[in-house]
Design a protein around this ligand. Sequence first.
Ligand SMILES: [Zn+2]
Ligand SMILES: [Zn+2]
Length: 352
Amino acid sequence: MQRKSEKRTPSDDHAPSEKLPDMGRTAFSVWCKLMGIRVFSGLLLVFCLCASTGVARPQQENKDRRPEVVVLGIAQDGGVPQPGTSEHQGWTNDSMSRNVACLGLLDPESGARWLIEATPDFPEQLQHLDRLLPTESAPGLQGIFLTHAHIGHYTGLMYLGHEVMGARGVPVFVLPRMYEFLSQSGPWDQLVRLENIVLNRMTADKTITLNERVRVTPFLVPHRQEYTEVAGFRIEGPEKSVLFIPDIDSWEEWDSLGTRIDDLLAGVDRAYLDATFFANGEIPNRDMSGFPHPFITHSMERFSNLPAAEKRKVRFIHLNHTNPALWPDSDARLRILQNGFNVAEEGERFKL
Ligand SMILES: [Zn+2]
Ligand SMILES: [Zn+2]
């Protein structure tokens, strides 16, 4: 159709005035109508070409370039499936496997990329970032923020070392005990010594301004502290903010220390919260009542009196491989949705 119109257009160049004297009024009006159609076809063609050949690029550049958070994994430290579960469908079916909990932070305006956590699934998660916001350098990270020294949260740093990427000076943001841990114990101290990573000491509750659009604030979270303290993060963009608390022993313990999760929730637009286990009884033959994580059932109870808009902010994350809420068609997931909450999904993006 377009080509047909294109072939006709040269005749549109004919100057009408010299031929008009021989034409009657009717012929002239017919000619005008034809011209109208041809001019319209021509305009349509130009429009179509613009749309298909990239002339419309300014429009694309105008699209939303706010910073964003992307979920790169939702599983507990061991991932899904975990070693030793040979019957798990995730070994043969990708839709049944999940990467370890991790967020990416992207700033399309500057091309900057940060990771929140360096998990054992770092290779795939970095690849995911490369697809969303490609860079010319590797790993192309302006920084990595770490919550604590349990294996799912920091061991991905190993890929930056000289056995793999041999990265140069990747900034790693950590609280003081994590700083000591990484700089004084092998093999991590080698990353520091060879300057694959450069440790940046954070102070709890002190905001780090990454650029004019993005800020990150670490805060202390009560959670088993074998090697280091444990951080949560508040990530802020120009318009929206996100809370990330993948591991906490209990909301009530935090209450007693003077921090109410309900208040933190009120101050953000989205919250990725510890959802390691769905409910007691999830692991057969184990009394899980002493497990140091709030069950999802308990969190839902705790937040049950909040307005619907507050509940909608909650996206459960850091799910253990036994957690039935991992699976979209499970009763557990249905219960979460019916109560007004949700579960984070790998690949979901949130503009800040
Ligand atoms: Zn964890
Ligand atoms: Zn932990």
